[in-house]
Write a protein that binds this ligand. Structure first.
Ligand SMILES: *Cc1c(COP(=O)(O)O)cnc(C)c1O
Length: 499
């Protein structure tokens, strides 16, 4: 073996403080400045542009070569302030109504910082951070009226939670053998959701190897809720044709319009046909925190599994999705394995009886529970629920404003906090890509102006301006600015098209 003198790549045995500073005082002072900067940022969100394009010279700095040598923390922080902070995605800003995104909170941010400092791995073992995650699971069980045997865990978001629920439903339908042998030949599992269901549902079928074509996308009624008769008919046809229906997915707030399926009637159909009943509650489920909204979700307590996002309506900083199942053994059956390096002990650090790696796809996991715990405890569930119902009132206000403007057309009923409308009432512009349509151009120009940001969607194939009011900071004057902005830009763009 070469000695260290001969081998330029070898290093002496580690000594000194490792990556910790020899003197903490400089780092401490910088850390306090960072915290102050970030609190200032949150406190003054409304005063700065919602979004702005990053200049080419800023983007170019991210092409810099490998940083082999150290850079002082203060310089890295300065680069963050100059090149990253001003060019965020804007979802904290009160005028942000594009897509369905939460606004975050200071308490959530602090919880995230503390979690990073603690740096616990929540894959398993015996430590109190797991008790925090479990406590949130129990709180959710109680909030949603799930049975005592319920269990659940954090995942990145509802896309993953829906996917994991689908895997649990598959294992429930076919038994644990499917994990080893794969799908038996000629067995065609079918799942059912409304055609308004989120795109992650067909993708989950795809990722699970079942095929997105095996998801039946059922038509909806005038309120964009799944058509129960069409659903029932589709299941019966599939059975007659030799498919194996296994999963029914209800929407507790569709992404496009916020429609809530008849969750109680879906539970009846799932029972009748022996299907696993999953609810995608990413957008709306936590609305049960508001006594005013809770009745809309009647029947959610009968779901076998429920996916939802703390990072949307509950304002927890990204990312914080959650999967709750009525019987924890379904997750164990779908995910547990017995790797030697995960050997359990009766006592000590390798003890503990609740290891999330047994009930989900990840081994190493962060402490998403802590920022959620800080958010829930600091603001209280009642206040979070009030913020949710507040966004629904703003959506009603926006719908009224749209209905009162002859040049604006509302394109869908408002069930919760999402309003879809268009400037003018023209049918789809033939041969024009949605983003180049009149309404597409309005949305793009509003983004560039940086004061309000709706998003563009399609409602029955028609380009629509979509305002999803999720952020707890949004106020009536943001709604006024949205309506005024759409009217002004719409007039200009429509005039330009005529000129
Ligand atoms: C946002 C959303 C999803 C996806 O959730 P992510 O957290 O973005 O993965 C799924 N379904 C609905 C209804 C949603 O609104």
């Amino acid at each position: 073996m070469p000695s260290s003198e001969q081998d330029p790549h070898s290093v002496a045995l580690p000594a000194g403080p490792g990556l910790d500073p020899a003197d903490w005082s400089g780092l401490r002072a910088e850390a306090h400045r960072m915290l102050d900067d970030m609190l200032d940022h949150i406190a003054t969100l409304a005063e700065r542009p919602l979004w702005q394009p990053a200049p080419a010279e800023v983007r170019a700095r991210f092409e810099a070569p490998l940083p082999l040598a150290p850079t002082p923390l203060g310089d890295v922080h300065a680069d963050f302030l100059a090149d990253i902070l001003p060019y965020g995605s804007g979802n904290g800003h009160p005028g942000f109504m594009g897509w369905v995104q939460g606004g975050g909170t200071a308490a959530g941010m602090l919880g995230e910082m503390l979690a990073a400092g603690l740096n616990s791995n929540l894959g398993g073992r015996d430590h109190v951070p797991l008790d925090v995650e479990r406590q949130i699971g129990r709180w959710m069980r109680d909030i949603f009226g799930f049975p005592a045997a319920a269990d659940g865990l954090f995942l990145t978001g509802a896309s993953q939670a829906n996917f994991c629920a689908l895997l649990a439903a598959r294992t429930r339908a076919l038994g644990g053998d499917v994990r080893r042998k794969g799908l038996p030949a000629r067995l065609r599992l079918t799942a059912y959701a409304s055609r308004e269901a989120h795109g992650c549902i067909p993708r989950a079928m795809d990722m699970a190897g079942l095929g997105s074509g095996q998801l039946r996308q059922i038509p909806t009624d005038d309120d964009r809720r799944i058509d129960l008769d069409a659903l029932r008919a589709a299941i019966i046809v599939d059975r007659a044709e030799g498919h194996l229906p296994f999963l029914l997915i209800g929407s507790a707030g569709t992404v496009n319009t916020g429609a809530i399926d008849d969750l109680d009637a879906l539970a009846d159909i799932a029972t009748e046909f022996g299907l696993h009943y999953h609810v995608d509650g990413a957008l709306g489920a936590l609305g049960v925190l508001s006594p005013e909204l809770k009745p809309l979700f009647h029947g959610i307590e009968r779901a076998d599994s429920l996916a939802f996002d703390f990072h949307k309506w509950a304002q927890v900083p990204y990312d914080a999705g959650f999967l709750l199942v009525a019987d924890g053994s379904w997750l164990r059956a779908a995910f547990s394995s017995d790797a030697a390096y995960l050997t359990r002990a009766d006592a000590g650090l390798a003890g503990g009886d609740w290891w999330p790696c047994d009930i989900g796809p990840d081994l190493s996991r962060g402490f998403r529970a802590l920022k959620t715990w800080f958010t829930i405890r600091t603001y209280g569930l009642d206040q979070l629920g009030s913020a949710m119902v507040g966004t629904c009132r703003l959506a009603k206000l926006l719908a009224d404003r749209v209905d009162a403007e002859p040049v604006l057309t509302r394109l869908a009923p408002v069930a919760l906090n999402v309003v879809c409308f268009s400037y003018g009432n023209a049918p789809t512009e033939a041969g024009v890509a949605p983003r180049h349509s009149l309404n597409g151009r309005i949305v793009e120009r509003l983004h560039l102006e940086g004061s309000v940001a709706p998003s563009l969607t399609l409602v029955d194939g028609r380009p629509a301006i979509r305002a999803a009011i999720v952020n707890h900071r949004t106020r009536a004057d943001d709604i006024d600015r949205l309506v005024a902005g759409v009217l002004r830009v719409g007039r200009e763009e429509a005039g330009r098209a005529l000129a």
